[in-house]
Design a binder for this molecule. Structure first.
Ligand code: THU
Length: 130
C-alpha cells in the first residue's frame, strides 16, 4: 500500500469522528506487516478527559484483535493547516507496541510529514525502564 493510500484510509475515517466539542475530526490508519489496516477516529466526551484520539482508537482495535506487534506505519489525517502529529499520550501508547513505527501525518492540503516514533518520542519510558 502506498503512503497516499494509507493516508486515504485515515482520511476516510474522519467522517466517523464524534467531535461535538472540538469540531476537529481526525482519522488514523495503522498498518501491520501482513497488510492488515486498523482504522480509528477520535471519540469525544462531555467529560473532556475521557476523549480518545484517532490513533489510540486504531491501536486498541488492533490490540483487542490479538495483535501485539508487527506494526509498520500509521497515517493520521486532520483538517488543520499544519500536520496532525500524534499527541504525547498517543506517542507513549504507540511506543509500547510499535517503537519503530513510521508516522505519516497529513495536513488539509494533502502534504505528508514523515517521522519515526523514536524521533517523536526520544528517551522514552518503556518496559525496560521499570
Ligand atoms: N486528536 C486526535 O484524535 N489525534 C491527534 O493526533 C491530535 C488530536 C483529537 C483529540 C480531540 O478529539 C481533538 O482532536 C482536538 O484535540
Amino acid at each position: 500500500m502506498t503512503d497516499q493510500e494509507l493516508i486515504a484510509r485515515a482520511r476516510e475515517m474522519q467522517k466517523y469522528a464524534y467531535v461535538p466539542y472540538s469540531h476537529f475530526p481526525v482519522g488514523a490508519a495503522l498498518e501491520c506487516d501482513d497488510g492488515t489496516v486498523y482504522t480509528g477516529c477520535n471519540v469525544e466526551n462531555a467529560s473532556y478527559g475521557a476523549c480518545i484520539c484517532a490513533e489510540r482508537t486504531a491501536l486498541v482495535k488492533a490490540i483487542s484483535d490479538g495483535r501485539r506487534g508487527g506494526f509498520t506505519r500509521i497515517a493520521i489525517a486532520g483538517n488543520s493547516d499544519g500536520f496532525c502529529q500524534p499527541c504525547g499520550i498517543c506517542r507513549q501508547m504507540l511506543s509500547e507496541f510499535a517503537p519503530d513505527l513510521e508516522i505519516l501525518a497529513a495536513d488539509s492540503r494533502g502534504r505528508i510529514s514523515r517521522h519515526s516514533l523514536r524521533e517523536l518520542l526520544p528517551e522514552s519510558f518503556n518496559s525496560e525502564s521499570l
